[in-house]
Design a protein around this ligand. Structure first.
Ligand code: SAH
Length: 350
């Protein structure tokens, strides 16, 4: 199987051009065809000599220009199912708003972390995505939108810091000033709390936004919801977050899914506020999305309201985010790797 051309960064593409005895500027031209014009056929690169595009086509693949399946109406949240060369699939969610286009990317096929309330890990872990397969999600969505996304969030299937190299290589490609030009401030990586990844991110030259899925105000509750808390306990995680904020001078967003009777009492809110004291952060409260395998219920509106008011009283900046895409099973935690039994492989354009 040929690797995707999107796996290469610009210096690697330059090295390939050198190997093929082509001038270096050809790499920049190809790069712009890939990421500015976003062509999906070698022949469409009009200023590239045929011998070069043939040589590249022999070694690298340009993926199919269409997703396998598209669900949802054009003006609403849409979910794409993208097939990969080995028959695996990934889900990507396009979230349009009045003045922005947010794309939610998957970083792995399946997930190893098994948060109890999340569908993504329920079918286990199949494999890592390559950086090219992550970038491919952006190219396909950009074609459908007719424009590149304004914001990218690594909040689809998978744990980005469990596939750090590929994820960060894709970040560099999305951010590249001669290509897609998606600003670092508009790229968010979300982690279930992989401490080693947060430490690495603090040292990167591109500073993207960091979200940490917390979902609990103490380690005991967190362990029942997120087994990762046994590997990296909440105190260690929060110490690492503190170090990250002082090293980078950036704030962290904590994701907190409110689950009725589990983590949503006033006492939980007070405990959370105490834990986050003097940590430069904001808290994003998310209504629990329905997942068949998880029996928990979303918090009642009065409890959510009291929770957010308690945080505010302790000077914690918190917002309750509206869930998008639940009709399509495209909301937070509802994405899978596209292997559901009996799933239709037809193209559905609703
Ligand atoms: N593995 C990363 C990326 C996934 S992001 C992470 O855990 O952060 C998806 C976000 O949706 C995470 O905050 C996750 O905890 C949250 N989530 C998962 N299942 C959910 C559900 N059923 N309802 C609401 N949010 C959920």
């Amino acid at each position: 199987m040929k690797p995707l051309i999107y796996n290469l960064d610009l210096p690697e593409l330059e090295a390939i051009c050198a190997e093929l005895e082509q001038p270096r500027f050809r790499a920049g031209q190809i790069w712009r065809w890939l990421y500015v014009q976003r062509v999906t056929e070698w022949g469409a690169m009009r200023n590239i000599p045929g011998s070069l595009s043939t040589a590249l086509a022999d070694r690298f693949s340009l993926p199919a220009p269409e997703p396998l399946e598209i669900e949802g109406r054009e003006d609403e949240t849409r979910k794409l199912l993208i097939s990969l060369a080995d028959g695996e699939c990934v889900e990507t969610v396009m979230i349009p708003a009045v003045d922005c286009r947010t794309l939610c990317l998957s970083s792995q096929v399946g997930c190893r972390f098994h948060c109890t309330f999340c569908a993504s890990g329920q079918d286990g872990f199949q494999r890592q995505l390559t950086s090219g397969e992550i970038v491919q999600q952006v190219i396909l969505a950009s074609r459908l939108w007719g424009d590149r996304p304004t914001h990218v969030v690594y909040m689809g299937v998978g744990e980005p810091f469990d596939n750090y190299e590929a994820v960060f290589k894709s970040v560099r490609t999305l951010n590249n000033a001669d290509g897609l030009r998606i600003g670092a401030r508009r790229i968010t990586i979300s982690t279930c709390g992989v401490v080693s990844g947060i430490e690495r991110l603090a040292e990167e030259s591109i500073q993207v936004e960091l979200s940490v899925s917390l979902h609990a105000s103490n380690g005991a509750v967190r362990t029942t919801l997120m087994p990762v808390n046994k590997t990296w306990p909440m105190d260690t995680l929060l110490d690492t977050c503190r170090a990250y904020t002082s090293r980078t001078r950036r704030i962290i967003t904590f994701e907190y899914t409110l689950i009725r009777g589990v983590n949503d009492s006033e006492a939980h809110a007070r405990e959370l506020a105490a834990r986050l004291k003097r940590l430069p952060c904001r808290v994003n409260l998310i209504p629990l999305s329905d997942v068949p395998e998880y029996a928990g219920k979303p918090s009642l509106p009065a409890a959510a309201d009291l929770f957010i008011r308690t945080l505010a009283a302790h000077h914690i900046n918190a917002t309750l985010r509206a869930s998008k895409g639940s009709r399509l099973r495209a909301a937070c935690g509802q994405l899978r790797s596209g292997r559901e039994e009996g799933r239709s492989r037809r193209s559905i354009i609703a």
